[in-house]
Design a protein. Structure first.
Length: 427
């Protein structure tokens, strides 16, 4: 579906966004693993989290949803039933990678499949360390989905230093480790989102080589109730939009402010963005608060390498901020962007070239300079939700507006993106 956007005058008002996608995935997974009823409030209504719920339904878990509150009837330790069909992870890398960790420890075999995009994404990053734990996993010849996880009775604890800065890999190993009496040690040299270890109460220590996460049966989840904070990665599109639009002031409520996710706020503030946090509280071990944003004049800065994993999902919208900021915008050390829902380096560079900007594309990033010549552009989302939303924001900042192809992909993380825009845009 093609979606057309006109130039807007200002962005004003208050938004309450659905729950954080990463925390929602984990809430659904841990509630399914725990025994008894768990309650998940403000769960993400994204297609990705629906994919997670669909997989667990096929493993015998029942969900009831009333007024946005999800009740999960979990089956307890190794209580899943063998699935009668393949488990379809849709577009969701988090579903596929985390569930591989859980399924590696079950007493039955299962097969994971996904859509065209997910079926191209690398799975060996989880398969290799899980095999070291004793998991028996068969992948396609390219190391991608479909993936069959065979029953393996002798999974053992692991002592493993992560080779990729990936919360998904880290989480898959922690989830497999929850099924052994012996303690696994997972060492992370570059900081990534820490929701899994926080929610499971894993012991964490700073070691010589990096952060050490300890996980064993002691951390196996028990049933719980959670109110998921709103998604900072969804909020990022609105934050940048308000910063870049004249006469704008926006309040986004109850957003997750977990420090492994707030790199986007740090970078935008360092660029001169007027962003303030109000009513900050800690709930279920996770910080949340209201984010207030005012129109600002931005200046590009050097983005610190160590922040890249923290802002990896926000780079598409950060690049849009970079176009309007003084100086050139440059991202490097971000090769991971090439294996996201689309090759995001290519997706961003292709679309920005259409506007007349000068783009240098690198293996691990890109650089933007020059001026837009404001044609009415038809942008290509490549079926990637974050590319679709980033170029929707750019379209609304361009004199002649713009069009985004395959716009339905926004449903992967935020199905109500257009309705939310309508609440805050003045033309
Ligand atoms: C996620 C981790 C990140 C992120 C993804 C969600 C998670 O991926 O890009 O959107 O929920 O663990 P990697 O861990 O592969 O970097």
């Amino acid at each position: 579906m093609k979606q057309s956007f006109n130039k807007i005058q200002s962005v004003n008002g208050t938004l309450s966004l659905p729950g954080d996608k990463s925390i929602s995935h984990r809430s659904v997974m841990f509630a399914s693993m725990a025994k008894g009823i768990s309650i998940v409030k403000n769960c993400s209504n994204s297609q990705d989290v629906t994919s997670t719920m669909n997989c667990f339904s096929k493993l015998g878990i029942s969900f009831s949803i009333e007024q946005g509150i999800i009740k999960v009837n979990g089956k307890g330790f190794k209580g899943f039933t063998p699935p009668a069909e393949n488990l379809d992870c849709g577009n969701s890398g988090t579903t596929a990678r985390l569930i591989t960790g859980i399924l590696s420890a079950q007493n039955f075999s299962s097969t994971l499949i996904g859509d065209e995009s997910l079926s191209k994404r690398p799975m060996m990053r989880v398969v290799n360390p899980l095999r070291l734990m004793g998991a028996e996993i068969v992948t396609s010849a390219n190391g991608t989905l479909p993936l069959t996880i065979n029953q393996s009775s002798n999974l053992k604890a692991i002592n493993y230093k992560l080779e990729v800065a990936s919360a998904q890999v880290k989480s898959a190993l922690i989830l497999a480790a929850l099924h052994q009496d012996e303690t696994s040690r997972i060492i992370e040299t570059a900081s990534t989102r820490d929701h899994t270890e926080k929610m499971l109460g894993c012991k964490v220590e700073q070691g010589k080589e990096g952060k050490i996460i300890y996980a064993s049966k002691e951390n196996y989840p028990v049933n719980f109730e959670i109110t998921v904070p709103s998604d900072i990665s969804s909020a990022a599109f609105f934050i940048v939009f308000a910063l870049l639009t004249k006469n704008s002031s926006l309040l986004i409520k109850h957003v997750s402010l977990n420090e492994t996710r707030t790199g986007i706020l740090t970078v935008l503030k360092n660029m001169g963005g007027k962003i303030s946090i109000e009513n900050e509280i800690v709930e279920n071990g996770e910080k949340r608060g209201n984010i207030r944003v005012e129109s600002s004049d931005l200046q590009n800065i050097e983005i610190p390498v160590e922040l890249i994993p923290n802002i990896i999902d926000e780079i598409p919208i950060l690049a849009i901020a970079g176009i309007f900021a003084g100086g050139n915008f440059k991202v490097s050390n971000a090769k991971e962007l090439r294996v996201k829902e689309s090759d995001r380096i290519n997706s961003i560079c292709y679309n920005l070239r259409l506007t007349g900007l000068d783009i240098l594309e690198y293996d691990d990033g890109f650089e933007i300079s020059g001026k837009m010549n404001n044609p009415k552009v038809e942008f290509e989302s490549y079926g990637d939700h974050r590319i679709a939303m980033a170029f929707a924001v750019l379209s609304m900042l361009m004199d002649n507006g713009g069009i985004v192809n395959q716009f339905e992909s926004v449903g992967v993380s935020n199905p109500n993106f257009v309705e939310q825009l309508k609440m805050i845009c003045s033309y």
